[in-house]
Each structure stands twice: as structure tokens, then as C-alpha cells.
Design a protein around this ligand. Structure first.
Ligand SMILES: [Zn+2]
Length: 407
């Protein structure tokens, strides 16, 4: 049996795969943060499809959550034994979706998926339904033809869109025995329309709040005031300059290849024009290369802030708003990256290369625990957008890539 037979079987299953994806995406799976009732209803349909494949082992790792009617956020791990049982290829997808947003922007009901010109439209069809359907149908095609070369695991989790506390993080805490460093872990939850982008690394995230305290007064009496807006304006310019001049490291895995330090939020100060403000608050959002020490960044920010405070006679407070240290990247030559690149080459005829990104992905929960995970999918980058869609060609192509890695 060759890969061609598996690919042919996937072609036969194409319509069934699209129907399945449409069916699961007709059931909203919104977390309580998004005023939803959780994932249970959609989960039951997904689980039924997985059980029908006859896995050798099935584990439900539901996280208790009394904010949803069932009191549980469902998570499923299903393993299919291969000829070599020493390693498992895991494919992780998430069941939950984000809300449709402004309904006026949708041409059709987001929860009544429909096919048009080779695309399936609906909320959650790409993020992350495409991965659920492609992985389930890849398992089916391989099982019905040549069988698995290594163990194959399907991980279907909740709560990805709101932090994974009841999803992957919970699963890895409760069942660390299910995943091993020698496993190949694939997270098809981001990518591009060429399919040549394998995400293996993340930057650190550091968000910092600067509070400048001056003295409020009438705009005609600056002699009685300490103008916090003037001080904070200089502060932003100075922090911007000093950080950019100091942290000049480049890492070609990332785009952009440098650390970035962006002033973002500015809280409102006085409501009227004829008052000199006495308090201003600004935030920086920093995406910092993993090789840079975050405490050096904080120290430098504090130094600049102290200098500005002295120069303008204002008080300046520097506080961490959010700090997420990037885990060790997945090695670019790890088994999952190599197998994936090979399968992508064979199916799509493109050379996929490892990259890093500025944001945090669900893969970081694996990486934090020393488990090598790669994020890849050929997709239209429609996540969270109105009129979200998948190309049926990509859906089947991705299933072929997964199947190729399974045999
Ligand atoms: Zn997603």
C-alpha cells in the first residue's frame, strides 16, 4: 500500500469531510467569557466521530467549570496504535470558537455553514474546524488503507480562545503521562496560504504600565503645576529610543527579526482643555526575542523613568502589566519539524521553513513542559474574521499532509 492509495481514499471522503466540518460548525462552542455555554454539545458530535474510528485508547480529561451548564469543559485524547509504538504523532485541535462579532458583516448566518465556489463559510470552519475535520479524516483514510506507521493521537481540547486553563493546560497538568519528549506534536492552528510556514518559537511578551504623577492646575498657571502629559511625552520618546538602541539583537527566525517595543495604550487624563493634567498613564507592549533577558529590559525602563521623574519633578511608577516568558523554542531539526516539512513538500510541493512569531500560541503549553510542538496549517488566515472560510482544496491537502506523517 502506498501513499497514493491513502490520498485516493481521502479524495473519496472529501464530500463527507466537508459535510462533517459543516455539521460541527453549526453548533456554537463559545466559552463563558464570550457569554457562551461551553463546548459540550459540539464535543459530543466530535467524540462520536472519533469513537467511530475505533481508537485503541480513549481518555476524557474534562475540566470542572461551574460557569457552564454541564459544569465541565470537555477534552479528549484518543490514541491509535501504530506498528512502532515508541512514538506518537499528536495532532491537537481546539473545539471552541470566538463569537461572530458584528453580524452585519456576515453575508450568511455564521452558524449555518454553506459551500460556495470551493469554499466552506462559517464561524470556526478555519479556527479550528479545518484541523478537527482534516485530522479525523486523515486517521480514517490511513486506517482503511495501510495502517499507522507510528502511534497517532488526536487531542481535541476546549478553551483555547480564552487562555486554555480548562483546555490544554488542564490536560497537560492532569495527564502529563500522555505526552513524551520523543513524540511528534503538531498544532494546526496557524499558518499561511502557501503552507510554507512552520512556527517553532515565540517571543517573550512584556507589557508595562508607566504612571506619571505631577500636579494639576489651571492651564494659565503652569508655574503652579507639574504637567504630567509633558513628562509622559518625553518618557515615551526616551523609552522608545533607549530600548531600540540597546536591544539590537537580530534573529532571522522571527518576523520582524528584532525585539519590538511599542507604546500602545494611553489612558484619558483631564476632560477639558484648560487644565494642566496631574496624572498620565501609558503602556508599552514589548515582544522580545527569547535570547534577551527580560529583567534587563525592566531595569532599563526603570532607569529611564527615574531620569524623567527627576528632570520634570514628577513621580514615575513602572509596573509590569503582563509578563509571559517564551518557552525554549522547538528545535528546528526536531522530528516533528522534519516529518512535517517532508510531508508538505510531497503534498504541496513547497519547502516549509521554521519561523518564530511575536504572539503566544497554544503550543507554548507543550514547549513549557519540554515537549517539541510545531504549529502549521495551510490556511487562508481568516481566524476571527467575518465570513470566515476554508478552501476545500486546503482541507483535503492538509488531511493528506497529516496522513503522510501517520504512515
Ligand atoms: Zn485557533
Amino acid at each position: 500500500m502506498s501513499f497514493h492509495e491513502v490520498a485516493a481514499r481521502l479524495d473519496d471522503l472529501k464530500d463527507e469531510c466537508v459535510d462533517f466540518l459543516a455539521r460541527i460548525c453549526s453548533i456554537p462552542a463559545l466559552g463563558p467569557e464570550n457569554d457562551g455555554t461551553g463546548e459540550m454539545e459540539k464535543y459530543k458530535v466530535v467524540k462520536e466521530a472519533v469513537v467511530a474510528l475505533g481508537p485503541d485508547r480513549i481518555e476524557e480529561v474534562h475540566a470542572p467549570d461551574d460557569r457552564v451548564p454541564d459544569g465541565l469543559r470537555p477534552n479528549l485524547l484518543a490514541v491509535f496504535n501504530g506498528r512502532d509504538t515508541s512514538r506518537t504523532l499528536w495532532i491537537l485541535s481546539h473545539i471552541d470558537v470566538v463569537p461572530p462579532g458584528e453580524l452585519k458583516l456576515w453575508e450568511h448566518d455564521p452558524f449555518q455553514p454553506h459551500v460556495q465556489n470551493g469554499f466552506l463559510y462559517g464561524r470556526g470552519v478555519e479556527d479550528n474546524g479545518q484541523a478537527i475535520a482534516a485530522s479525523i479524516f486523515a486517521v480514517r483514510a490511513v486506517k482503511e488503507t495501510c495502517g499507522f506507521g507510528l502511534n497517532v493521537g488526536l487531542a481535541l481540547v476546549s478553551d483555547e480562545e480564552c487562555g486554555s486553563r480548562y483546555g490544554l493546560d488542564y490536560v497537560l497538568t492532569e495527564r502529563p503521562d500522555m505526552f513524551r519528549p520523543e513524540d511528534l506534536i503538531l498544532v494546526p492552528d496557524a499558518g499561511n496560504d502557501q503552507g510554507d510556514h512552520i512556527e517553532i518559537a515565540e517571543k517573550h511578551l512584556l507589557q508595562v504600565r508607566f504612571t506619571v504623577l505631577g500636579k494639576q492646575a489651571h492651564a494659565s498657571r503652569p508655574d503652579q503645576a507639574v504637567n504630567s502629559l509633558r513628562a509622559v511625552s518625553h518618557l515615551v520618546v526616551e523609552v522608545d529610543r533607549v530600548l531600540a538602541e540597546t536591544f539590537t539583537e537580530r534573529n532571522p527566525f522571527f518576523n520582524p527579526p528584532t525585539s519590538t517595543f511599542e507604546p500602545t495604550r494611553k489612558d484619558a487624563n483631564v476632560p477639558n482643555v484648560n487644565t494642566i493634567p496631574g496624572e498620565d498613564v501609558v503602556y508599552f507592549d514589548c515582544r522580545i526575542l527569547p535570547e534577551v533577558d527580560l529583567s534587563r529590559v525592566m531595569e532599563l525602563m526603570e532607569q529611564v523613568a527615574a531620569g524623567i521623574g527627576e528632570r520634570f519633578g514628577a513621580g514615575v511608577r513602572v509596573e509590569g502589566h503582563m509578563r509571559v516568558e517564551a518557552p525554549e523554542p522547538t528545535p528546528a531539526d526536531s522530528a516533528v519539524v522534519r516529518a512535517l516539512a517532508q510531508a508538505v513538500q510531497e503534498v504541496f510541493g513547497v519547502q516549509a521553513r521554521p519561523h518564530g512569531i511575536g504572539g503566544q500560541t497554544v503550543a507554548s503549553f507543550f514547549r513549557k513542559r519540554g515537549l517539541p510542538a510545531a504549529v502549521w496549517e495551510k490556511q487562508l488566515q481568516m481566524a476571527h474574521a467575518p465570513n470566515e472560510r476554508v478552501s476545500i482544496e486546503n482541507l483535503v491537502g492538509n488531511a493528506r499532509v497529516f496522513a503522510k506523517m501517520m504512515i
